[in-house]
Ligand binder design. Sequence first.
Ligand SMILES: Nc1ncnc2c1ncn2[C@@H]1O[C@H](COP(=O)(O)OP(=O)(O)OP(=O)(O)O)[C@@H](O)[C@H]1O
Ligand SMILES: [Mg+2]
Length: 327
Amino acid sequence: MPLRAVRLSIVDLSRVKAVLRQRLQLMREGVHGRKVIVIINGKGGVGKSSLSAALAAALAKTGLLVLLIEIDEQGNHCEDLGTTGTELADDGKAQAAALLEGKPLTPTGEARPNLFVVPGGSALQDVIEELYCQRRVAAASDDPEDRLAWMGMYAAAIEAVRHSYDVVILDVAPGSEPLQLQALVAGDMALVPTRSDPSSRKGLRTVARRFALAMQLNPMLRLLGVVVFATASAATKVQQKIRGQLTKDLDGAAGVMEQTIRHVEAAAVACRTHGQVPQELATHPDLEPALRRSMTALAGDYRSLTLEVLQAKAALDQADANRKVRA
Ligand SMILES: Nc1ncnc2c1ncn2[C@@H]1O[C@H](COP(=O)(O)OP(=O)(O)OP(=O)(O)O)[C@@H](O)[C@H]1O
Ligand SMILES: [Mg+2]
């Protein structure tokens, strides 16, 4: 069996540390506005990719320049955005080259007008291996900053392209702690989709722990909120109970978004089959009436959620401005 080619990384952690220090200063001075949204949960199948794609498409439609980065080996966005088999689907190669070879984090293309994508895929296996190595080396360091710096590799890569976009959305793999820490250090704000079952709520507590760890390197990171995903019940009482449980899990760290995403499996399947997000597919002429109704309702959920996300972001921006005035 041929040996797998060994890829030599040229990760420069002193540059990573310098970039992180500069970013923190720029954010504290109000020069950098918040634009990097991390969509994360330690649990799989809670709607991270569906939400990332729908939110990215909705924001791009308003005219904002959006960069969507899938930090996940699964490469689900190709299905969500219909780019499978096109030149935009590179199986994570551009992302791996940026992280491991110091190349600019260049999108593979524009999946929609204003929506630029850096896909995930199997090339991220090399990135994950590298992150484990970096973490092991860092653990042996006596310097507290050096012990954390490996977590900033994605932040440094994203920082170099940040000025080109209005919003950057990171969709993060559920199973990889190193990737989640990277994303949380790279992010300015996090959005956490969850289902309401006990194991999804456990995933939420895992994220809370990682959030605290990432904040050591990225103290400006804030939670935008938690989104209840694929909820089967529209009943107010059930919704209130879920909201109460989640608020308790979060220990006051963030709010639960008012807008939930309803459970409509047929619509979700149709979206991935057509490679379109619900807002796009709702107007498809060939949908049969029942599917059109559920698609339209789902599209409405995403539309309202996008507005709520923008409002939550505006509240964070206002808090930043107030803090700057007090300083
Ligand atoms: N509104 C919905 N109702 C029911 N099922 C949905 C809905 N939206 C998406 N799904 C389905 O739920 C599953 C999980 O969605 P998605 O892939 O977005 O989650 P994820 O958190 O990104 O998963 P992973 O952890 O594997 O990356 C998919 O099969 C998707 O088709
Ligand atoms: Mg996913």
